[in-house]
Unconditional design. Structure first.
Length: 350
């Protein structure tokens, strides 16, 4: 399997001919891991058309967001049709972000049963799970039911490194890293949030961290992710130039340089938000995880101006916190959330 794969989200935004060319170019250059989902617009159709003649030479991973056996069976059949294949390499339970959802998906009437039946019938080889909460995903893979896990990971989104990646290694679960180029933050739709959460941008602080031009930033961000204990990373690719850059990073990767190791070394300490979201909802509608994530960009990563800009994009600021402290008993890391919110507002609003 290629260490750099192809995330299919963004090909839904380009026309079919262009999308097919981009996917086929990726395959021709050595990318053989392709990840998609029916929620990614018409990504499955485009990927299926592009890869139908080389189906046996690539790994196709898609997802079901359904939680019950019946719904997921419909998902499975429709994905096979759109991908123009009679089998999948990996079917993934999509967006499992809390324990209640995990329990429902793994129940006797849950989606996992459909996936296991499909595997028994030879329609799929492996079963994976995806989500944005490493703590929940760790509990999922500890059940022994999953072969792969897909989680956000990048130079400033490191929550998975703390518990999930070591657990996956110990359990021989394959890790795929999504969002290598975007600072995923809880309760915000990354691609819609304004200002942009993209790591490849004109922000001077991000250029200082990753490189002066977009190509260098793209490469540096990917190189960091490849240095972690993962099997593959799946940047969302939408152009041949992006594909060629991604492939060159994968082909030439032999570890981080000493300079990169120093540049990417940050001290997070213990009192930082892991973005698990268990503190929510807030009675005053403060987005606690996003606020504390932006504070970590400011204090831990030195991205002060960018952090302030991101914080100003929140409709409700942390000064609306009433001090009720309802959030604190919910925090699995025992953080003094109320105190941290006040500190975050002082830093980010000045």
């Amino acid at each position: 399997m290629s260490i750099v794969g192809f995330g299919g989200t963004w090909i839904s935004e380009i026309d079919q001919a262009a999308a097919v060319n981009v996917v086929q170019r990726a395959f021709d250059l050595g990318i053989n891991y392709f990840d998609t989902a029916k929620w990614d617009g018409d990504s499955e159709e485009k990927m299926g058309r592009a890869l139908k003649d080389v189906r046996d030479h690539c790994i196709l991973a898609t997802k079901t967001g359904s939680r019950t056996k019946k719904e997921s069976l419909d998902d499975f059949k429709s994905s096979l049709k759109r991908l123009q294949t009679d089998r999948l390499d990996i079917i993934q339970l999509h967006g499992i972000d809390d324990e209640k959802t995990l329990q429902k998906a793994m129940s006797q009437d849950g989606v996992l049963q459909t996936c296991k039946q499909a595997r028994r019938e030879g329609l799929v080889d492996f079963i994976g799970i995806t989500g944005h909460k490493p703590k929940v995903l760790k509990k999922a893979i500890e059940t022994g039911e999953f072969d792969t896990v897909l989680v956000p990971l990048n130079v400033i989104t490191r929550q998975a490194e703390e518990e999930l990646l070591p657990a996956a290694k110990a359990l021989d679960v394959g890790v795929a890293a999504m969002k290598p180029l975007s600072a995923k933050t809880s309760n915000l739709i990354t691609c819609l949030y304004n200002p942009s959460l993209s790591l490849v941008s004109d922000e001077p602080e991000l250029k200082a961290l990753l490189g002066e031009c977009n190509g260098e930033m793209f490469s540096s961000a990917l190189r960091y992710v490849l240095s972690r204990d993962i099997a593959v990373t799946i940047p969302g690719l939408r152009s041949i130039s992006e594909v060629e850059t991604a492939v060159s990073v994968g082909e030439g990767y032999e570890g981080l340089t000493a300079c990169e190791k120093e540049r990417f070394s940050f001290k997070l300490g213990t009192q930082y938000c892991r973005d698990c979201g268990q503190c929510m909802p807030c009675p005053e509608k403060v987005n606690i995880p996003a606020t504390l994530r932006f504070e970590s960009f400011y204090s831990c990563y030195g991205l002060k101006k960018w952090a302030k800009k991101l914080y100003n994009g929140l409709e409700i600021k942390a000064d609306k916190c009433s001090g009720c402290s309802e959030c604190e008993p919910k925090c699995p890391y025992n953080l003094p959330v109320t105190k941290l919110l006040k500190e975050a507002h002082l830093k980010l609003s000045s």
